[in-house]
Write a protein that binds this ligand. Structure first.
Ligand SMILES: Nc1ncnc2c1ncn2[C@@H]1O[C@H](COP(=O)(O)OP(=O)(O)O)[C@@H](O)[C@H]1O
Ligand SMILES: CC(C)(COP(=O)(O)O)[C@@H](O)C(=O)NCCC(=O)O
Length: 383
């Protein structure tokens, strides 16, 4: 650690990273300092300078790594320094290659600290500590999720948004939502699986429940049913498909609405309910199957989230997680479902940095720990 005289704060040694090694994707946030002093540049050393140039001058790293350029936050203040925040992802299945690449680029000859979270922070710890010399600090993924959310929603006033008229595809209708973390809300994190949290404040939350039917289910079933091989392809197919060719609707069973219990004819009575009949199977396309898979997963998420919001007595549901990446369709379906089933009482809110909050939370914790803020501990209760 070194002391920064300009702001009288302890500035941790560069490089500054936060990392979330999830069930499907690794999310890496990198803070690129823009205010390096001539002295710092002189002592930075070749390896660090190469890392900085490599990460900031490329948008793709090998075949699998991507820098989400559109999400970059420029010229921000973090830990008393000015810089750009970069958002990078790659598949968790490539984690062993990543560790080897770091060793090849001589990262193991440097001494620095990385705060990491997600299941992979535990699963890959032994390998990382053995092959690289870095100090590996594990953080809880839900603590850092809330920390990162709180930080980014304050930093970026356009972080949160909602749809005014979600069912109207022709109208973007995306509006910024000024988010107040002091009032309770539900946080539904749609990653490989799903965790649902009741958040009272940044320091106080409960994990209410979860479900295994999440982003991994959509991707896995889409690959099985359509032969596609990536998330982007699955989403593209779903956008083009018609789920009513696959799902049995209330009107397919009743010939109209089931009025007594308020079930309109257009809602799904049975997901994939048409697929037992050979003639129906013949009429469906890959796109229809991808769309039905998406709608099945979303209906389940919407119904569990709505039930939780009602029992927890909250009127805002925030949806995070990389499942919502390039997925305007799903956000609109969720927003419409919340609006429809709550008669406008419960609002669905979405986030620009989708799956990156836990990684940002790690970075923030790294800066705070350097400054000895041990008491910034989020109070988490198990259900
Ligand atoms: N490039 C991608 N590759 C794989 N899955 C992706 C990609 N982009 C979005 N997804 C979706 O995001 C989900 C993972 O979300 P994420 O929040 O990163 O969870 P995790 O932390 O479990 O990796 C996947 O299951 C998939 O539905
Ligand atoms: C185990 C997990 C917290 C891991 O997080 P992820 O990598 O999926 O983001 C999540 O997949 C989850 O909450 N699954 C649902 C488990 C359940 O409550 O049934």
């Amino acid at each position: 650690m070194s002391t920064n005289n300009r702001v009288d704060k302890v500035v941790p040694v560069f490089p500054w990273f936060g990392m979330d090694i999830g069930g499907t994707l690794v999310k890496l946030v990198y803070f690129e300092p823009l205010d390096l002093t001539p002295d710092e540049i002189r002592t930075e050393g070749e390896i660090l300078m190469n890392i900085r140039h490599y990460l900031t001058s490329n948008r793709a790293y090998g075949q699998d790594g991507v820098r989400d350029h559109a999400l970059e936050l420029n010229n921000i203040q973090l830990g008393g320094r000015r810089g750009n925040l970069h958002f990078i992802r790659f598949p968790t299945s490539k984690m062993p290659n990543f560790i080897d690449l770091c060793a090849m680029r001589h990262l193991h000859t440097l001494t620095f600290e990385i705060f990491a979270t997600g299941g992979g922070a535990y699963k890959f710890e032994k390998d990382i500590v053995e092959k690289l010399k870095i100090s590996w600090c594990k953080c809880d993924e839900l603590d850092t999720l809330i920390k990162g959310l709180s930080y980014l929603s304050k930093l970026n006033l356009k972080e949160c948004f909602y749809y005014e008229e979600p069912q109207n595809d022709a109208n973007p209708n995306k509006h910024p939502f000024i988010f107040d973390t002091k009032r309770p809300f539900l946080l539904v994190n749609i990653g490989s699986g799903i965790s649902i949290l009741h958040v009272d404040s940044e320091r106080n939350y409960r994990r209410i429940t979860g479900t295994s039917i999440g982003g991994g289910t959509f991707l896995g079933l889409s690959c099985l049913l359509t032969g596609c091989s990536s998330y982007d392809e699955a989403i593209q197919l779903a956008t083009e498909g018609d789920s009513t060719k696959v799902d049995k609707l209330v009107k397919d069973i009743y010939g109209g609405d089931y009025e007594r219990f308020g079930l309109p004819g257009h809602i799904v009575a049975s997901s994939f309910g048409h697929m037992n009949l050979p003639e129906k199977r013949e009429q469906t396309t890959k796109a229809d199957l991808a769309r039905a898979t998406l709608v099945t997963v979303l209906n389940n998420i919407a119904s569990i989230s709505m039930m939780c919001a009602r029992t927890e007595n909250v009127d805002r549901i925030l949806f995070s997680g990389s499942f919502l990446r390039i997925n305007d369709l799903s956000m609109r379906i969720l927003a419409y479902a919340m609006d429809y089933w709550s008669s406008g009482q419960i609002k669905a809110i979405f986030l620009e940095h989708e799956g990156y909050f836990s990684a940002v939370g790690c970075l923030r914790k790294f800066i705070m720990d350097a400054n000895g803020y041990e008491h910034d501990h989020i109070h988490s209760l198990q259900h």
